[in-house]
Write a protein that binds this ligand. Structure first.
Ligand SMILES: [Mg+2]
Length: 266
C-alpha cells in the first residue's frame, strides 16, 4: 500500500514566477522511503520540467490558435474556441485535426513548436537532482521530440535523459489514453511497479497509478503565475491515484539522493 499523503515543500518561488508565499512544511521521509525502489524516472515535459508560470506553453498555445486561423480562415476568437473544443474532446488539438480533417501532423508540430525559448534558463538545481538519481530517466510528452530536445537544452537538462517518448512514438494518441502508456512501457521495457511518473496534469496520472507506477503531481508554488487553462488546473485535495504533490521538483528529487550537490537554494 503506497503512502498517499501529499507532499508539499517549503522552498521559495522559482523562475518565471510572481512573488508567492511559503507552502506548508515538508514531510520528507514518506516519499524518500516510497521511491527507494524506483529504477525508472518518467517526466512529462511542459509545465513539469519548467514551472507553469514560464511562457513556452502559452506561446505554443498561441501558435496553435494561429495555425487554426490560417487553416480554416477563422478570426482569433473562433479559432481559439475550435482549438479548445478539440483539446478537450481529443486530448490534443492535433488529434482533433487528424481525426476530423485528415490533417498531417508534421506541419502542425513544426509550426506550433517554433517558439522563442529565451525566457528559459538552465536549472542547475534540477539538473543536479536528476543526475543524482539512480536508474533510467525518460521524458513522456504529448509534444514533439524536437520541442522536448530544444526545451531540455534551454533548461540545461539535455544530457539527463536516456530517451524521449513523443507524440509520434505514441502514434499521435495523447496521454491520458491507456494505449499510449502501454506503448511507452513496451518500447522502453518499463516495469511500472518500479517506475515513477511526474506530471502537472492530474488526469495523466490515473492510468500510471492503475498500472502500478508511483505518481507525483507537480503544481505551481502558491502565488506563482499559471498559464494553463482553468479546466487543466487541479484544485481539489489529492485523490488516491496521486501519491505525492510537489511545487518544487528539484527539492523533491534532491531528498532522494542526499549526496547530490546542494544547489537548490542558489
Ligand atoms: Mg505538462
Amino acid at each position: 500500500m503506497k503512502n498517499t499523503k501529499p507532499f508539499l515543500d517549503d522552498s521559495p518561488v522559482g523562475p518565471c514566477a510572481l512573488a508567492g508565499e511559503a507552502a506548508p512544511a515538508a514531510d520528507t521521509l514518506s516519499h524518500i522511503d516510497t521511491l527507494s525502489r524506483i529504477d525508472t524516472w518518467v517526466f512529462d515535459l511542459d509545465n513539469t520540467l519548467y514551472p507553469a508560470g514560464c511562457d513556452p506553453w502559452p506561446k505554443i498555445d498561441q501558435r496553435i490558435t494561429l495555425y487554426l486561423s490560417y487553416l480554416f480562415g477563422l478570426d482569433g476568437m473562433s479559432s481559439r474556441a475550435l482549438q479548445k473544443y478539440y483539446y478537450q474532446r481529443y486530448g490534443t488539438t492535433l488529434r482533433g485535426l487528424m481525426l476530423e480533417h485528415g490533417i498531417g501532423p508534421e506541419e502542425f508540430l513544426d509550426f506550433t513548436h517554433d517558439i522563442d525559448r529565451s525566457s528559459l534558463f538552465p536549472d542547475l538545481a534540477l539538473a543536479n537532482a536528476i543526475a543524482a538519481l539512480s536508474g533510467r530517466k525518460l521524458i513522456l510528452t504529448n509534444g514533439s521530440r524536437e520541442h522536448a530536445l530544444r526545451t531540455a537544452r534551454a533548461l540545461g537538462l539535455e544530457a539527463m535523459f536516456e530517451d524521449i517518448f513523443d507524440i509520434a512514438d505514441a502514434d499521435f494518441v495523447p496521454k491520458p489514453a491507456a494505449a499510449t502508456y502501454e506503448r511507452f512501457f513496451e518500447r522502453h521495457a518499463v516495469d511500472p511497479a518500479r517506475a515513477v511518473m511526474f506530471e502537472d496534469l492530474a488526469e495523466n496520472l490515473i492510468i500510471p497509478h492503475e498500472r502500478g507506477m508511483t505518481t507525483v503531481l507537480v503544481v505551481p508554488k502558491p502565488g506563482q503565475m499559471d498559464h494553463r487553462d482553468a479546466f487543466e488546473i487541479f484544485r481539489a485535495a489529492a485523490p488516491p491515484y496521486i501519491d505525492f504533490v510537489t511545487s518544487d521538483l528539484a527539492r523533491f528529487l534532491k531528498g532522494l539522493a542526499p549526496d547530490a550537490p546542494d544547489t537548490t537554494d542558489v
